[in-house]
Design a binder for this molecule. Structure first.
Ligand code: PEP
Ligand code: MG
Length: 550
């Protein structure tokens, strides 16, 4: 264990303080030397069985996943491993004389090359392919699956980045904080940390150089990792975290500023599985129901009846509280196999979100019909919004489709700078706006939301992003229509007063983030929020914005 105190900096993506020994993700298995194959058919079977075990393991973990985002990602990975072409490739390599482990390595290698050559979204899936290969090889060698340690005590998990498949193994009873060498504010690690309410620092160079077991203190708000601390310091930090959690949970009820200005606090969900109970975090409703997460593994379009069932479950679970449901946001980071979107050179700029309705209008009309049917069956307060809207014409057509389906409230997400700039015009044709800061950052800064190297550009405190949010907030104030934020920025307690000061009327986030955001709002008057917003927008960069506000 290192005794040398050292302080590392990164980007804090989930506030909170935790301390514990640092442990790394288990190493991937090394390929053993090749062995001659005596019985080709038996060797093919052994290799196929290993792939089947990987698929079964991913499916088991998807079944256990407490969060629908994690579940969707695991099912998508299972689908990649359960591929006929992959099995054929493995068979060909065994028939050419390779043993099962090398045949698997070679077959994944060919896929890897093809994915890299395709570029874009497929190239980003290369890490998933490597993860699947390592798992299959581990099965063949009789080794534990590579991944998250289960030492039976509390610890801080360190990794280069967290692969989606790692995330389901995270036991929040054992893992007290996450630190990754790469990643950004919208990476899988960040989303997972917020879903689990774990303090987390990403883009933290040097963390993997720390000795295994080093006692570290993680400050997820400051983006700092102090290594080589003593046990007394760690204990003080733990006590402080317990007290902070107690102080935050003391705030309950509807969101409001210190002087009673109401700010609705909603939860983001992907299925009925993660709908928070009314008393749990006091969510006033759902501000973002990501419907595509229900269908990530589907090769056929879900039927009207299947959709009605899925939506009904969520509407029923919310028992009268509001549900803002988003129509399918397919494409780029959320591909839906039944929409056949492969082959786009640049999927983030391709036919995604509402744009899919240009090619397949019936997918949207079926979904709206299903939402309308589920609404009438449950009497829920349902608002519908479209993702990836760029123009007033798109918003007009969407609002007409929503009304044709007999649904009362139509809104659009603000994820494209063009839409933010035209917020006032959009509000002439829709009832509300909801700002998706994850994509709005991506498109404002021309920075891929999955790219850890560009994490500084994706910082939600970027003054240019805040300025665009302010344009939307001002448009909403002028006509008295709601403008929410449902991207990850909404979960930052320090940023919440700034967003309210910019005119945002609701914040929607991972349920676990709600108590801290509620407590933060309760600490500021509306006038203070407006002043903080002015300071943040006028700041030259995110660091100064944070400093001026906090
Ligand atoms: C966003 O882009 O901020 C958003 C909420 O949508 P998603 O993260 O699902 O793209
Ligand atoms: Mg988005």
């Amino acid at each position: 264990m290192s005794d040398q105190p050292v302080s590392l900096s990164g980007i804090g993506v989930c506030a909170g303080i935790a301390a514990g020994p640092l442990l790394r993700i288990a190493a991937v298995p090394a390929l053993p030397p090749p062995t001659p194959v005596a019985d080709t058919a038996a060797e093919v079977e052994r290799a196929h069985a290993a792939l089947a075990e990987v698929v079964a393991d991913l499916e088991r973990r998807a079944d256990r996943a407490s969060d629908s985002t994690i579940e969707g990602v695991l099912r998508a990975e299972a689908m990649m491993a359960d591929d006929e072409m992959l099995r054929d490739g493995v068979r060909e390599h065994v028939e050419a004389g390779q043993d099962a482990a090398h045949a698997i390595d070679a077959a994944f290698g060919s896929f890897r090359e093809a994915f890299e050559a395709a570029g874009g979204y497929l190239a980003e899936r290369v890490a998933d392919l490597d993860d699947l290969r390592d798992r299959a090889v581990a099965v063949l060698l009789g080794l534990p699956m590579p991944g998250v340690p289960q030492p039976g005590h509390r610890y801080v998990l360190a990794a280069r980045d967290l692969a989606p498949a790692d995330t389901a193994d995270l036991d929040p009873e054992q893992v007290v904080a996450l630190v990754t060498e790469v990643g950004g504010p919208t990476s899988h690690t960040a989303i997972l940390a917020r879903a689990l309410g774990l303090p987390a620092v990403v883009a933290c160079p040097g963390v993997l150089d720390l000795a295994e077991g080093t006692l570290v203190l993680v400050d997820g708000a400051a983006g700092r990792v102090d290594a080589g601390i003593d046990e007394a310091t760690a204990e003080t930090a733990r006590q402080g975290a317990v007290q902070a959690a107690a102080a935050v949970s003391g705030h309950t009820g509807p969101g409001q500023t210190a002087d009673g200005y109401a700010v609705k606090l909603f939860a983001n969900v992907g299925s009925a599985k993660n709908v928070p109970g009314a008393d749990e975090v006091h969510a006033e409703g759902i501000g973002l129901f990501r419907t595509e997460l229900l269908f990530l593994d589907r090769v056929q379009e879900p039927t009207l009846a299947e959709q009605v069932t899925a939506y009904r479950e969520v509407f029923t679970a919310m028992a009268g509280r509001r549900v803002v449901i988003r129509t399918l946001d397919a494409g780029a980071d959320k591909p839906l196999p039944f929409l056949n979107q492969e082959g786009e050179p640049n999927p983030a700029l391709g036919v995604r979100g509402l744009r899919v309705a240009r090619r397949r209008p019936q997918v949207l009309t079926t979904q709206l019909a299903a939402i309308a049917e589920a609404r009438s069956a449950t009497g829920a307060d349902v608002w519908v919004m479209a993702p990836m809207v760029s123009t007033v014409a798109e918003a007009t057509a969407f609002a007409a489709a929503v009304r044709d389906a007999g649904l009362p409230k139509a809104g659009v997400m603000i994820e494209v700078p063009a839409a933010a700039l035209r917020a006032a015009d959009l509000l002439k044709v829709v009832d509300f706006l909801s700002i998706g800061t994850n994509d709005l950052s991506q498109y404002t800064f021309a920075a891929d939301r999955m790219c850890g190297d560009l994490a500084d550009l994706l910082d939600p405190w970027q003054p240019a992003l805040l300025q665009l949010i302010g344009v939307c907030g001002a448009a909403g104030r002028a006509v008295g229509k709601p403008v929410g934020v449902c991207g990850e920025a909404a979960a930052d307690p320090a940023l919440a007063p700034v967003l309210v000061g910019l005119g945002v009327t609701s914040l929607s986030m991972s349920p676990r983030a709600l108590p801290a955001v509620r407590a933060s709002l309760a600490g500021h008057t509306e006038g203070e929020c407006r002043r903080l917003a002015e300071l943040a927008v006028a700041a030259p960069d995110p660091a100064q914005a944070r400093k001026l506000v906090t």
